[in-house]
Structures are given as structure tokens and as C-alpha cells.
Design a protein around this ligand. Sequence first.
Ligand code: MLT
Ligand code: ZN
Length: 461
Amino acid sequence: MAGRDLISALTAIVGSGHVLTDEAVTKGYRTDWTGRWEGRATAVVRPASTDEVSAVVRACAGAGVAVVPQGGNTGLVGASIPHDGEVLLSLRRLDAVDAVDPVEQTLAAGAGTTVAAAQAAAAQVGLMLGIDLAARESATLGGAVATNAGGLRVVRLGATRAQLLGIEAVLADGSVLRRWTGLVKDNVGYDLVGLLTGSEGTLGVVTRVLMRLVSRPAHVHVVLVGVASLAAATEALAGLRRCGLTIEAAEYFHSDGLELVTSRLGLRAPFGGDFPTYLLVETSGLAEADVLDALSGLGPLLGDATVEAGPGSRLWAYREGHTEAISAAAVSRGGGAPLKVDVAVPLRRLAAFEAAVRDRIGERFPDVQVVTFGHLAEGNAHVNLLGLAGASADEATDLVLRLVIDHGGSISAEHGVGRAKQPWLSLARSPVDVATMRAIKNALDPSGILSPGVLLPPVSS
Ligand code: MLT
Ligand code: ZN
């Protein structure tokens, strides 16, 4: 089918208002959140139902044109934008919360439902979605599933895969796969729900999800602690855990990131003095006096601390403001979008890893600013390089990812592999592992029409 015929076929499926081809109109869909990734699309198509998604995928497969699914376009690894002429399939119109069941503790919703909308629906029945992330207002459930998003609640509840009970997805031939029992105990055959989670659009297009809901923690406190170093933050977290605090979230950032956030968001610094590193912990189940006791048990590790009764957003703002403040700072210093590298290393080695990154980047790129922050409990560092010339992105990524491997870590903690890290896949996975993933990809998408070049190398290379 020639390009024009495909556009006509797509228009017949979703209506002319939902097939976008004007470059100015499609730019927002073709460019990722950082602005670092931008591609060319044959069209942006906005279906409103699973049947329409299925028909779109079938039409594209028939025309030999690849498809890239997109949710809220908050991804940071170039997986949700087209590269070179794919059809960009926006799932945002599949945004209905169909059912919230307080007895089964489940939420059924379209893939385009935002995380914030799902959280609000869960809260209405006194329950909580187990996923939370700073991009909650735009990020969608389908995108969270496709990337196995982590976020702020992983320490107690696990990542998105642990929150997902059922899935509906359109496969590469347009057929609809549905695993939807809602049962926690359902051991019949391969874990296709788990397999599609984190497959980054390469195995199917997620159209609906059945999420597990959890009880809302009681007696929540948000604690911000100033400490002397990242190693001290790690020790402080271990100390708080030993005191029996239930940790709902454990995050960290440093003074350079805090400085960007306070100046960008116009916030006052949290303490009278500055500290090299800050640990933000959300706890539940204890009275404030017990939380204060646990903090005083940290002894000399504790530089200063402040406690906010939760659920609270005042202290969280210092942590959640990082992504936006870093991007704004990178742009204003003239280097364009920051290079963002999401990685994890064992907690004991996190401080040494960060020190090595600062040393090595400092030696090789003396004008580049390194700002790190992340999810402390999982050893998940978000490494941001500001002022790096675009041409040096691969060299700097290579440097950081090799340090990750040297420190026994993972080259993708929670953002996925996408296009950004695909060339480094073999650093982290053995040839047998990559061949197994390729075999799965070939079985489910033999023509390679779903998100080519994402996660696995394109077939031609
Ligand atoms: C976060 O933890 O805030 C997100 O993963 C976004 C980021 O890495 O900038
Ligand atoms: Zn994160």
C-alpha cells in the first residue's frame, strides 16, 4: 500500500481528525520530553478503542510500515517517538477508567489513563495505586507498563510489573491478546503479562490494563535529612530500617541539584545550613515521636532533619523538582537537553560509583556539570550531564555505562533501554540472553513492525 493509500485506510479507521500529518502539529508527538530525541513520522494516529488500534496495526502491517506506540510521551530513552517514517500510535484517547473494585482491589483502565487519574480513582474507594512518579500528570498506565516504570514506591511495592494483574494488547498481526483473570494466583502457562511489561512497545501495543490496588498507608511522615555524603545517606537509611520504620520511599539528591531546584522553583532552602547530600524518606505506621526517636538514633550521621506530616508535598518538591530544574539549567547554559543516564548499582557501591563518574567525566569533559539524584533504596542513580556537546553523547554514555558494569550494576534501572541504550545491550546481557530476546521478538513480530530499533538492534544491522 503506498503512503497515500495507508493514510486513507487509517482515516477510514479513526476519522480524519485523528490522523495527523502536518509536521508542525505532529512535532510534540515526534519529540521526546527532553528534546534530545526527535524523529519523522508518516502520520500520528489517535485511535479511540482497542478495535481501532487493532485495525490500525493491521493496516500498517499490510503496508509494511512500522508502528511506534506512545502514551504520555514522558519517556527519556527515545522509545516512544518515531525514528524514520513509522506511524506514531498515540494511545492517549484510551483514557477511561472502566472499573475500580474495592473487594478484588483492582482497577481496570485504558492504556491512555494517566497515572494521576488512576491514583485519583483508587483514592475514591480508599485504596492506592502502587505506582507513583513525578511525571504522574502526563505519564500513562500503558506507558508505565510498557517500560516497567519504577518511580517512588518501588522500595515497598515493587515496580510496575508487580502491580499488574491483567493486560490487553494488540499484537503485530492485529490480533488482540487478553489475559484478564484478576487473580493473584493464576499459574497457567507462560507469564505473558510479565513478558509484555517492560517490552517497550516491541512485542505488542498495550491497550488496557488491570492494576492491583493496595491499602493506603496510615500515619505517613515525610522526613528530609541533611547528611555529609552519599555514603552517610546510605548508612542513615539502613539505620532507619533497623529501627523498624516502614519505608514507603527513600530518595536522595545532592547540594548542586537542590541549588538548581530552589532557584528554579523559587523555594527556600530546607535548612539554615547546606549539606552535601540529602536523604528523603517517607515512613508509615508510626507516630511522629517515634519517627523523631529513630532520627535521633542516627547520632552523628544526622546533620539536620525536618519532618512533615504526610501525605505531604512540601518536602517532596525538593526531590520532584529535579528533572524540570536540571532540564531548564541545561538549556539555559546553552548545551541543549541534558544527557540523562538511568542506572542502578548495589547500594554499598553507589557512593563509589558516583565518585568515579564525577572523576572520569571531569577528566574527559571538564566543562560538563554532573548532577545526580535518584531512588536510594534501589541504588538507582539518575546521572545528568549538563553542557555536553551532542556529538559527545555516545562517548559519555559509554563511559558511564562501563562504570556501571565495573560496579556490578544495571545499565537501565527504570527508564528502559529504548534507542538511547540499545547499542550497549551486549554490555549488560550475554549473547544467549540477547538471542533469546530476539527469538521472542521474531515469534511475536516476525516482520519487525513494532518499534524497530528500540531495545534490540534493528534486523538489518
Ligand atoms: C525521576 O525519578 O524523577 C524520574 O525518573 C525522572 C528523571 O530521571 O529525571
Ligand atoms: Zn526515577
